[in-house]
Each structure stands twice: as C-alpha cells, then as structure tokens.
Design a protein around this ligand. Structure first.
Ligand SMILES: [Zn+2]
Ligand SMILES: [Zn+2]
Length: 279
C-alpha cells in the first residue's frame, strides 16, 4: 500500500496511520458502517487509492485544525468537517506561495521525493471547492461500533480539535498533544494565547481516566497521557525559565525553543510577553 510519499501503519482496532512524507500522520479509523479520515496532510498525492485498499465504507473526512500540513489535502475530497474558528485560516493557507515553500522544505529534507510530487498541478490545486461542515465540542461521529467524540482544544490554533474513541480511550490529538515540537510563533490571530492552551490541557487532564493511547499528528505514536501533564507544566515553565531559550528559524518565521522533559514548545516573544503580563 505504501507509496514514495505515503506510508501506512496498521494500529490495531481497525485503525491505520497514513503518514505523509515522514511528517504528518493522518489517521483512518474504520467502524462497521463508516470510516473516518482525521486530517488530509499537505495532499502531495491522492490518498484515496490507499484508503480504498483498506476500506470501501463511506468516508467522513475531518481536520484536526486548519494548518496547511493537515488540511491542504482536502483538495482530494468533496466534504470535510472542521472547527469553524479554523476555516478562515485554512483559506489563507490555500496559496501557491505556501505550497511552494512547503515542497522546497520537504525536498530539501527528503531528496528521494524529487519527482514524486506533481508540482505544477499541486501548486494549482485549491481546497475552496470543498463543502465544509462545522464540528463543535461534544459532537460525536458514530461509525458503527466506533464512536469518536470531538474535544475542542484551542491553543496551537483556535480551532484545534481532538477525537476521543469513547470505547477504548484512543485519543487522536492533532498538534495539541505530541512529543514533536508545537508551534506558537505564528501571528496572534492564527494561534490562541497560552492561557487558552493551558485551559485546554486542564480540560483533557480532567478526563485523564478516559484517555488511553494517544495518536498525535506528528512524532512518535502511540504516546501516553503523562505527556499532557508535561505540556501543561511546560507552559508554566516557559513563563519563568525562558532566558536561555534559543532561536528557531523556519520557512514561515522564527520563534524560540523551550524544552521541557519530552516536550518542545516554539513560541514568539509576543506570545510569551502577553502570558507574563496576565499575572
Ligand atoms: Zn498545526
Ligand atoms: Zn502540524
């Protein structure tokens, strides 16, 4: 099933990870009546043939948030669910400039992908034809013997959501809970204040007993729920221990790297300043 661009991992419990370019993990969750695809990555190629090899059930597509590495692949689908707070951001990300920078960055990291991406047609693609439907906190996707509850986790993005499997506690956590780095250095209208992220982690921790294995959109999977506590503590730690944090440079801007145990949060000085001033 693997292609040069996408690798498929079987997770058990009829769940699969489709990982694009060693970077974004999209999750295909198969119930008895429907299947759900959580995130569509950059969409460097059509992953529908991969999905069709796994299941022929009707497919529901959901975005964890509106960042380009999770949602530009919506291009390949007719209807996608997203939190309404991230739709504007997704439309902003739908431009050839961002796509070109992302491809160049990826090819630089993975030269073996050279030629695998149809660059002209990718740059000309758009996600605007898709029919968008909104998800809210507490919504449940019933796939038949697999029910996934939407948990709204504003922070890294205002419209971040996670999906919780109500039967076995699998948590598909997008970019909010991960051992990979989490970006908080984009503009303040794209990303929520740290106090909102802090509250989001608190909300998850109140439900810790229901949470089993965690499947993030980047980095290793599964991970365990102690990472949520670490992320909450990491935010508190930035407030007091940021003096030695070093610069991080990327194709969309720069931030500062704060390491805390297994976590790495990359933030802007503005975001930190506003967090400090709340006291
Ligand atoms: Zn993101
Ligand atoms: Zn991401």
């Amino acid at each position: 099933m693997d292609t040069l661009i996408n690798k498929v991992y079987e997770l058990g419990n009829n769940n699969y990870c489709i990982k694009e370019a060693d970077s974004t993990s999209c999750y295909l969750l198969v119930g008895k009546e429907k299947a759900l695809l959580f995130d569509t990555a950059y969409g460097y190629e059509d992953i529908r043939p991969i999905i069709q090899q796994i299941t022929d059930l009707p497919l529901v597509v959901v975005n964890s948030h509106g960042d380009p590495d999770h949602a530009l692949g919506n291009y390949w689908f007719d209807e996608v669910f997203i939190h309404e707070l991230d739709l504007g951001k997704l439309f902003q990300n739908d431009n050839p400039d961002i796509k070109k920078k992302a491809i160049d960055y990826r090819l630089n990291k993975k030269p073996e992908l050279q030629g695998a991406i149809d660059e002209p047609s990718y740059l000309a693609s758009t996600i605007k034809h898709v029919n968008y439907r909104f998800v809210r906190e507490g919504d449940v996707f019933d796939l038949g013997q697999k029910s996934l509850e939407v948990i709204h986790l504003p922070g890294h993005s205002y419209g971040c959501i996670a999906l919780l499997d109500q039967d076995n506690g699998d948590l598909f956590s997008g970019d909010m809970v991960t051992k990979h780095n989490i970006w908080y250095f984009l503009t303040n209208d794209e990303q929520a204040p740290f106090n909102m992220a802090y509250a989001a982690y608190d909300k998850l921790l109140r439900r810790k007993d229901e949470i089993g294995d965690i499947y993030p959109a980047h980095g290793p999977f599964p991970i365990q729920s102690d990472i949520i506590t670490q992320l909450k503590k990491a935010l508190a730690d930035i407030k007091v221990n940021h003096q030695q944090d070093e610069l991080f440079e990327s194709f969309v801007g720069n931030g500062y790297k704060h390491y805390y145990k297994d976590t790495l949060i990359i933030y802007s000085k503005e975001r930190l300043q506003e967090f400090i001033e709340e006291d």
